[in-house]
Design a protein around this ligand. Structure first.
Ligand SMILES: Nc1nc2c(ncn2[C@@H]2O[C@H](COP(=O)(O)OP(=O)(O)OP(=O)(O)O)[C@@H](O)[C@H]2O)c(=O)[nH]1
Ligand SMILES: [Zn+2]
Length: 221
């Protein structure tokens, strides 16, 4: 087993997978150290600045809870990227849909949540299916914008799985757009990132987007 770090920028640091038997690479995202006591103090200060009294018994545990919550949402979990040789020569799309997306908007520190579809056209190796969701979760536990999150997942899979093509579609609701500000209740944002055959070949792209649930209806491939 090899340990690699994913840089904060999402830049890959491991070599693409090569033929062989089951392979597991362990990844840990470096998302920055969290100083919990300092975060707790800062939340108490924020409450004071907002005209609330952190000494009020009702709020006594709130700074700790908020600090814990943010630390949890911003800390990536280590995971193993497990791949297997594509012995059967599977040459059709593999698409996982309905993958939950939970992240924090870097502008307002409010959640954006939704679903992702992640797919790839296998090359010499296939991926343990759960890893599609794990890669996404790893990048989502950060201060993000949806476009970057989408792109990071697609780039990472391209660079580490070496598939013939990869595609990511995220549909999410941003609370900074629905709860406050413009209060566009019910609005959703859709972003996509495509590489390889899924970007270059119109039929493959159409097939992926149809499986991902975002293709325009009635469009011939
Ligand atoms: N491109 C992009 N924008 C985002 C995302 N999440 C939030 N935003 C937007 O970031 C922008 C920040 O704009 P500002 O004008 O600086 O902030 P603001 O005054 O709070 O803007 P309003 O939300 O319009 O009230 C807003 O338009 C948000 O909707 C995201 O994932 N991607
Ligand atoms: Zn926002």
């Amino acid at each position: 087993m090899t340990t690699h770090a994913i840089r904060r920028t999402g830049a890959p640091v491991a070599e693409p997978a090569v033929p062989g038997s089951r392979r597991a690479l362990r990844f840990v995202r470096e998302t920055g150290a969290v100083d919990l006591p300092a975060a707790e103090r800062a939340v108490a200060q924020l409450l004071r600045a907002l005209g609330r009294d952190p000494a009020d018994p009702r709020l006594a545990d709130t700074p700790r809870r908020v600090a814990d919550t943010l630390a949890e949402l911003l800390t990536g979990r280590p995971f193993e990227l497990t791949t297997f040789p594509n012995d059967g020569g599977y040459d059709e799309l593999v698409v996982a849909t309905g993958i939950p997306v939970r992240s924090l908007c870097e502008h307002h520190l409010l959640p954006f949540t939704g679903v992702a579809a992640i797919g790839y056209l296998p090359g010499e190796r296939i991926l343990g299916l759960s890893k599609l969701a794990r890669v996404l979760e790893s990048f989502a536990r950060d201060l993000q914008v949806q476009e970057r999150l989408t792109r990071q997942v697609a780039d990472w899979l391209r660079d580490h799985l070496a598939p013939r093509g990869v595609g990511v579609v995220i549909t999410a609701e941003h609370q900074c757009m629905t709860l406050r500000g413009v209060r566009a209740t019910g609005s959703r944002t859709v972003t996509s990132a495509l590489h390889g055959v899924l970007r270059e070949d119109a039929r493959s792209r159409q097939e992926f987007l149809a499986l991902a649930g975002t293709a325009p209806t009635g469009t011939a491939a």
